[in-house]
Design a protein around this ligand. Sequence first.
Ligand code: CP
Ligand code: NVA
Length: 309
Amino acid sequence: MDTRHFLSLSDAGGDALAAMLADAIDRKAARAGLPRGRADADAPLAGHVLGMIFEKASTRTRVSFDIAMRQLGGSALILDSGTSQLGRGESVADTARVLGRMVDAIMVRTDDHAKAEELARHAGVPVINGLTDRSHPCQIVADLLTLVERGKALPGLELAWMGDGNNVLHSLLEAAALFRFNVRVATPAGYEPEMEFVDMARAAGSTVTLTQDAAAAAAGADVVVTDTWVSMGQEHTHNKLAAMAPYQVGSKLMAGAKRDALFLHCLPAHVGEEVTEEVFEGHQSAVFDEAENRIHAQKSILLWCFGRL
Ligand code: CP
Ligand code: NVA
């Protein structure tokens, strides 16, 4: 088997992703009620170590991968750029070759997607994208899991994205291509997603609408999704925040969506900016299921990378 990297959702493809979602649901149910750090009965990754490289902050990705490895019977360790030689200029290629001899897989969170690709070229072990400037595939596996759990069939689903055309939206568009759901993207002018991802979804048969009209995008949607207006590494400019203001997800916007529409946000949220407190804390919000599902999604991603799925 070739080394299985998970730098984008397309690395796995639709069939493998569907298998991951099914596996995540089964594993989650099978261990209900157990202490979070106890291994699953089959401990399929016993003895395996995941090395996690962080060049940016993280709460969910960091904790969920660590707990995921424990639940699979393995363990994880963290290198952050401030305390590793990577932060002092050691090359990505050398770091990859060293880690590839010490750990069984690598997860990387970095500003520069090209660095994740460079790691994958040199590591000789699976490399997982834990967020780059370009995409956030692991997040979207957790989002899809949350939707399926809540009884939403993915093909044909109408998702509305509000705000910044960012890395999380890129992976969502990639998922749309693989699962044939539709995405209405409402952004201010100049903050659209990269067209490569829009074209990918359209080429696969999904309908992707790009609009500056938030209410039109939300009208009749099954799911309304947003994210921070200022991603890590971006500048907090007054102009950007002002441009984003009409895309805040509030009760009025949600009222235009389907009655049983869900609200998703990868977190961390800036309540009062991209979402109002009423929606964030309201009955349509699935954001904490989404966060918990990062664990269950990571487990399936890891199992796929190790050829166990
Ligand atoms: N959603 C997400 O990736 O959260 P963290 O930045 O806390 O890892
Ligand atoms: N778009 C955000 C997601 C954080 C999980 C960022 O890149 O900072």
